[in-house]
Design a protein around this ligand. Sequence first.
Ligand code: ZN
Ligand code: FE
Length: 257
Amino acid sequence: MSHLVFRVFLCRADNYGVLINDTATGKTVSIDAPDASVIMAELDKSGWSLTHILTTHHHSDHVEGNIALKKRFACTIMGPKSEADLIPAIDQQVGGGDLLSWAGHTIGVMDCPGHTKGHIAYHMPSEAVVFAGDTLFSLGCGRVFEGTMDEMYRSVSQFKKLPKETRLYCGHEYTLSNARFALSVEPGNVNLQERAAEVNERRARHQLTCPSTIGAELAANPFLRTDSPEIRTVLEMNGETDAKVFAELRRRKDVFK
Ligand code: ZN
Ligand code: FE
């Protein structure tokens, strides 16, 4: 019976490293490669040998470890085909709708343009887990660098359709500042208040806030709650489209202190 073991840890300042080991086959995948030495140390601690890297997008804080990890483990690197020329040592180019097979598990690829043009996410339905990179964060979403606000709205909205119990792994530990922004636009949301208190406590104890779940995000993440009457009132955007509310939230978050 195959069984997956997850290890989550911080890399660099606030990037998440995620390693998953399949106990039946010994295969181990890293979600992105923010820091080769930290990832190698985690692998050594666990006695795991890296077989795959799943890349979400080309930003250096997600691919910087590719070459060094490949040198040591000869691992297979998969990543988004539309920005493949920016992913060091990429072996396999994938895109939205592709179904990958890893250690007997099916992984679906979701196109998520916005943060970067070719950003992708990885969904493993059998384990109820999704790796969202810098598209959807716990209580927030990624900055829109290369795509349009409309693209980012559609990319983020795809996650609403996943089963609520799906565990959400994201690219950064930004939850504390995301919670402060979320409270500024939906102060009366009790689910958000409880979540913010929990996040404050966890971070004060240097614990991680990853993974979240899609259900928890639907209840508290403003970027998934553009239909909230309170958010629309705070933004003075009653009667506007969800995409416009989303774009305004994102613009406000960009300058939020
Ligand atoms: Zn990024
Ligand atoms: Fe990043």
